[in-house]
Design a protein around this ligand. Structure first.
Ligand code: 6PG
Length: 249
């Protein structure tokens, strides 16, 4: 494991996806303890895709499954596909099957995106309302947001050239993604950037070209939306494996 420190973020390079999952699990557990001790709760948004799966599986095993303060941890999502929660493409389903159904967490602590709602804009408005009422007066500011990155430089469901890239200070929006000919519900860059901690989990050589552009390339968030992730006051950590880091200076 090695670290590259930059003025605005840190890049932690793990040997392989297994080490990445172990280190992400360790940091999740550390933050869960710290926030629940300090603030009585820990609010975390999960990402979808395949990369976080190994971390979810580790959290559902000893020692974490029996040791973490699950009653004080609240789960949200960064984005969701517009499918029912039991659909194979559902980000909620993946997290539920690999983690949430295996640990003693109250169902009311799981605040999933109601993306099955046929009215996508209504689903996004409902989720924004859920977040706003959970955080009461303040603008929603999650303690930790996990993000992935696609080989095209997208994150959450902020895809290149889509309307969600210009969502201003809205909390969550519906976003039509042409290449999938489907809708997604996603947190906006503004609400992600209000988080206290943001962690990107990125693995695989197929991500290396986009990762180089996102981290070291000229600013072009329309083409590389992951560049929109710049926390207003929190921390930004890129946790990547050697294969994904292969083109970085
Ligand atoms: C989704 C995600 C998306 C994901 C990236 C990376 O719903 O698909 O939230 O942003 O994180 O596409 O996906 P992989 O981890 O599968 O490479």
């Amino acid at each position: 494991m090695r670290t590259l420190r930059r003025s605005t973020h840190e890049v932690l390079i793990c040997a392989d996806p297994a080490e990445l999952a172990r280190e992400a699990t360790r940091r999740f557990a550390e933050m869960a303890e710290a926030f629940t001790n300090d603030a009585g709760r820990f609010t975390v948004a999960l990402s979808g895709g395949s990369t976080p799966k190994a971390m979810f599986q580790l959290l559902a095993e000893k020692p974490f499954a029996g040791a973490l303060p699950w009653r004080s941890i609240y789960f949200f999502w960064g984005d969701e596909r517009c499918v029912p929660p039991d659909h194979a493409d559902s980000n909620f389903r993946m997290a539920n099957e690999t983690l949430l159904s295996k640990v003693p967490i109250p169902s009311e602590n799981i605040l999933r995106i109601p993306a099955e709602d046929k009215d996508h804009h209504c689903a996004a408005a409902n989720y924004s309302e859920t977040l706003q009422s959970f955080f009461a007066e303040e603008r929603p500011s999650l303690d930790l947001v996990f993000l992935g990155m696609g080989a095209d430089g997208h994150t959450a469901s902020l895809f290149p050239g889509t309307t969600a890239l210009c969502a201003g200070d809205r909390i969550a929006v519906a976003n039509y993604v042409d290449k999938f000919r489907s809708w997604r519900i996603t947190l906006t860059a503004d609400s992600i950037n209000r988080a206290r901690n943001i962690i990107f989990l990125v693995a695989g050589a197929d991500k290396a070209p986009a990762l180089k552009e996102v981290i070291e390339g000229p600013r072009n968030p329309e083409l590389y939306p992951s560049q929109l992730i710049e926390p207003f006051y929190g921390t930004l950590l890129w946790m990547i494996d050697e294969a994904a880091a292969s083109l970085l200076k």
